[in-house]
Design a protein around this ligand. Structure first.
Ligand SMILES: [Zn+2]
Ligand SMILES: [Zn+2]
Length: 383
């Protein structure tokens, strides 16, 4: 059982065109797809609302409906909304980004006014790569970067019109940037939708005498230089976004964003592991066996390292807070020094003899690991 169109819109039978539009816009708001995701009830209600609006906003169909009810609409141009998806339907009624406008009650003049905000194309987003040394990424650095991007035309100041002339309201869409199109639904009546005006490409204004330098676009392509501060702790593969530093927009439109993609060159000393740095310390087997006092080059100054006798390959010494500073935070990662013990590859006869002599003097005790706490406990029980 279909509901009466006037009931659907909640208006009197004598309502004026403006009241019909207002009622439709007010009610349509409640069925915003963002407010009612995948709600079949909301979809059905919106379709009902759209149908009621279509019929009552057209004098011909409204008169037929007033006189004969639903029967009067046979053969009349009443759209069948059932075949349309919910989101598509919203798009048909409100254009590209309608609900922002409808929800915030922008504009007047009919439901289409909601989508009739003239707009220029937003500027392009631009991506640039920057290559840093590890120490630069760790502690931050300022870099001048160069890139190609649209900039506002200096001759016309971005208006696109020859200096001294101006922009005029588009004669095709009368400044709304959108045009209404009526199309046939193949026997089911006709269907109304709005689309971007092709004369002004949605801007609502045109120029009679385009600026020669930018050919009316208000923008020219140019080499730009920008100083960018790369924050301490940034890592390879991260992108920095600089809002509004991309290409200039068309007349009245906002610029795009600049993305700086960070590449960090391999370092000859350190591997980066998150905010930790890993350093491989090469020792001779003699140093490892006898112990050693040495210095390790951290990113910011040397650190002293004391190795006890009997240090083993793969042992790790950790220096807290000597790694990379945390991005957007306090503190730093650690410096981890990993021991690598080198075994001699080429020996003289004398060295060979000494090592053999050393081996003769060695016992199982010479290679026995230090006893851990549990081993000591076990040893105590055994004796
Ligand atoms: Zn220009
Ligand atoms: Zn236009």
């Amino acid at each position: 059982m279909k509901r009466d169109y006037y009931d659907v819109l909640g208006i009197d039978r004598g309502a004026h065109g403006d009241e019909i539009k207002k009622a439709f816009r007010r009610l349509a708001r409640q069925f915003h797809p963002d407010v009612n995701p995948d709600d079949p009830e909301a979809e059905a209600r919106f379709k009902e609302l759209a149908e009621a609006y279509e019929v009552l906003s057209n004098d011909q169909t409204r008169a037929a409906y007033d006189r004969y009810g639903f029967d009067g609409l046979r053969g009349q141009p009443v759209p069948d909304f059932s075949q349309f998806g919910f989101a598509d339907l919203f798009d048909v009624f409100f254009g590209g980004d309608p609900f922002g406008s409808v929800l915030h009650g922008a504009g007047g003049g009919g439901p289409w006014a909601a989508s009739a905000m003239a707009s220029s194309p937003r500027g392009d987003d631009v991506e640039v790569e920057v290559e840093l040394e590890l120490v630069e990424a760790a502690f931050g650095v300022s870099r001048e970067i160069e890139f190609k991007a649209d900039v506002t035309c200096e001759v016309c100041g971005g208006s696109g019109a020859t200096p001294g002339t101006g922009r005029e309201t588009c004669p095709q869409c009368h400044g709304s940037g959108r045009v209404r199109e009526v199309s046939s639904l193949g026997g089911f009546g006709q269907f109304v939708r709005t689309s971007t005006c092709n004369v002004c490409r949605g801007q609502g204004t045109i120029v009679r005498e385009p600026c020669e330098t930018c050919r009316g676009t208000g923008r020219t392509r140019s080499q730009r230089t920008l100083k960018v501060d790369l924050p301490a702790g940034i890592d390879h593969g991260q992108r920095l976004r600089l809002t509004g530093e991309g290409g200039a927009g068309g007349p009245g439109a906002r610029p795009g964003d600049l993305y700086v993609l960070v590449r960090v060159a391999d370092d000859s000393h350190f591997l980066r592991d998150g905010d930790d740095l890993v350093y491989r310390l090469d020792l001779t087997m003699i140093d490892a066996a006898l112990g050693l006092k040495t210095v390790v080059p951290a990113l910011d100054g040397d650190v002293e390292l004391k190795l006890s006798a009997g240090s083993q390959p793969g042992d790790v010494k950790v220096f807290r807070n000597r790694g990379v500073p945390h991005l957007h935070g306090h503190g730093r990662g650690d410096l981890r020094v990993v021991l690598n013990v080198a075994v001699p590859r080429h020996l003289s006869d004398e060295q060979r003899d000494l090592l053999r002599r050393f081996e003769e003097l060695s016992t199982a005790e010479s290679y026995k690991p230090d006893e851990g706490f549990l081993d000591k406990l076990r040893a105590a029980f055994r004796s």
